[in-house]
Write a protein that binds this ligand. Structure first.
Ligand code: ACO
Length: 333
């Protein structure tokens, strides 16, 4: 599951039963977020973009955990890592709950990591929380698929900020800002907004395909293309299947899924996309699942950040353990 994958990425191997148990317990022991943090959250308007809120709260965590910055021993590094793995989901849930006008809540340590995330996000004050296995499994899968992806924009940002020894939380906060942009993690929000716009415009996918190919039109088919994957993003296949499963289980018929499938089919047969090796990427179908789960569209990139957290941590830890020098890209004028 996602927690095992987090362990694998951070420490280089899958945990055995005891190691996993200890990791889980250490995280649970840190799952409290200082109440004063709520005042900071309170200062944001409800209309604030959740990625800005999350980046700010992650940075603010440093003030409440000042010892997390000095990671001169591996033990101190471990403590910073379990702290953020514990507190980050709370910040994610609070960011969404504030947006939705729901009271802020803490997790339930008796639950598994992903189930607890789901509960923290969706528990209604006047309703018993009920677990939906298909939804939790899909969330687990989405988080795993987003967990790491080599030197992309946000990961390189985390490493370069961390290389100044600014501390894990500050480095992550910078990574969240990098992920925010629509050419990177923000694409999952942009995809859904694009699909909604196409639907509202009568569902004419051909019109939008033509726009995407028109060099005088800035429109791009969001969720298509990837700097590295030039022959399909394997994550998109798994997510497409999960979208069918979740929507089927919840009994949702979302016309947007049909528009997405239509666009994919047309693009895969279109010379422009074939020649440029443009295929659906990880973001193309993920938003459809998040929407079915009841997550607001501007929270989608926050879900990406939640999934990417272990990868960012692993890359930061590797960089620190290797005692890499401060990052300083050469610039060619
Ligand atoms: N729609 C239409 N045309 C596209 C698209 C697209 N989504 N993506 C690339 N192209 C075209 C470009 O116009 C260019 O055409 P040209 O050669 O005629 O000038 C060609 O394909 C190559 O495009 P680049 O921008 O040079 O490719 P690059 O590898 O630099 O960019 C990127 C990759 C940023 C992902 C790009 O494909 C894009 O903007 N996609 C849409 C946004 C998106 O989905 N981002 C998420 C990526 S996954 C992630 O970060 C988690």
């Amino acid at each position: 599951d996602f927690l095992e994958v987090a362990y694998l990425l951070i420490f280089g191997e899958l945990p055995n039963k005891e190691q996993l148990e200890k990791f889980d317990q250490d995280i649970k022991a840190e799952s409290h977020v200082d109440e004063e943090m709520k005042k900071i959250l309170d200062g944001f308007p409800k209309s604030a973009h959740p990625m800005g809120v999350l980046s700010s709260l992650t940075s603010a965590l440093v003030a409440f955990n000042p010892t997390s910055v000095d990671v001169s021993s591996e033990e101190a590094m471990y403590r910073s890592i379990v702290r953020i793995l514990a507190k980050f989901p709370v910040l994610v849930a609070w960011t969404m709950r504030k947006k939705m006008g729901l009271p802020l809540d803490y997790g339930d340590d008796s639950l598994g990591y992903v189930e607890n995330i789901h509960k923290m996000m969706f528990k209604r004050p006047n309703k018993e929380y009920t677990k939906n296995k298909v939804v939790i499994d899909a969330l687990d899968k989405l988080l795993i698929l987003h967990a790491d992806h080599e030197q992309n924009c946000s990961t390189s940002t985390v490493r370069i900020v961390g290389s100044s020894h600014a501390g894990l939380f500050a480095s992550l906060s910078a990574g969240i800002s990098a992920l925010w942009g629509p050419l990177h993690g923000g694409a999952n929000q942009a995809v859904l907004e694009m699909l909604q716009a196409i639907q509202e415009d009568g569902g004419d996918t051909k019109k939008y395909m033509a726009k995407a190919k028109d060099k005088n039109d800035p429109f791009r088919l969001m969720g298509f293309g990837h700097r590295v994957y030039k022959n399909f993003d394997p994550r998109a296949r798994i997510i497409k299947k999960a979208a069918d499963e979740v929507l089927g289980d919840l009994g949702i018929e979302d016309p947007i899924l049909e528009i997405a499938k239509g666009l994919e089919k047309e693009a895969l047969e279109d010379d422009y996309f074939v020649k440029r090796k443009l295929y659906p990427n990880v973001d193309f179908y993920s938003g459809i699942i998040y929407r079915a789960m009841g997550i607001p569209v501007d929270m989608f990139t926050v879900m990406f950040a939640l999934g990417r957290l272990p990868g960012w941590i692993a890359q930061w830890r590797e960089m620190r353990l290797r005692k890499e020098p401060i990052g300083r890209p050469r610039q060619v004028y």
